[in-house]
Ligand binder design. Structure first.
Ligand code: GRF
Length: 200
């Protein structure tokens, strides 16, 4: 059993996908903390109503380091081993990343290294790409940059807009994020440089 914390800022559909897979015992993990930096996060409210240990840690008006330190302290007290970013709209400081080396995961709505950053789906459409997808990766000190754990592609249709493509990608996000966490909790991957190798 691995102790997992989820950091989110908004809707929380990826959190729900992870929580469901854990509840179904597909993933050998326990969610020991759900932390949001935004009070109006529907993901945080969902976690509250379902009885998960939740914390609102506002980020506004704090330096990056001060906020990260607050989050890190909370993670330490909950015995967090793995951190899942799930729509967490903050860039983490190098100090925070170094506290959980190769133990922070993120999901990004494009096939990295294409279209990092905000509005990845819109970027893909505007570029005229014919496929996009989702990426689960380890977090390192650069944005949307760490070793890739899993990716899955989806087609981009001529009549797609940001919403329709986001929905198509979200569907596969909800599959690859739980699968990536499952592999990690079962120690079924190893990292060699930029490469994440599967041991199963
Ligand atoms: C997802 O598209 C994820 O890839 C990105 O932020 C969005 C979060 O959605 N990092 P949700 O809050 O999990 O529903």
């Amino acid at each position: 059993m691995k102790n997992v914390a989820v950091l989110l800022s908004g809707r929380g559909s990826n959190f729900i996908a992870l929580a469901e897979a854990i509840k179904q015992k597909e993933i050998l993990a326990e969610i020991v903390a759900v932390i949001s930096n935004r009070s109006n996060s529907t993901g945080l409210n969902y976690a509250r109503t379902k009885g998960y240990p939740t914390w609102l840690i506002p980020s506004r008006g704090k330096s990056r380091e001060a906020f990260d330190q607050e989050v890190a302290s909370r993670l330490k007290t909950t015995g967090t081993e793995i951190v899942c970013l799930a729509g967490f709209m903050r860039i983490l400081s190098p100090l925070f990343v170094q506290m959980f080396p190769q133990r922070i995961l993120n999901i990004h709505p494009s096939l990295l290294p294409s279209f990092p950053g905000l509005h990845a789906q819109r970027q893909a459409i505007e570029w005229g790409a014919k496929i996009s997808g989702g990426t689960v990766h380890f977090v390192d000190e650069k944005l949307d940059h760490g070793p890739i754990i899993l990716q899955q592609s989806v087609p981009i249709m001529d009549d797609d807009d940001e919403n329709s493509l986001s929905e198509r990608i979200l569907d596969i996000e909800h599959k690859i994020y739980p699968e990536a966490l499952r592999l990690i909790c079962r120690n079924l991957i190893k990292i060699e440089g930029r490469k994440v190798l599967r041991l199963d």
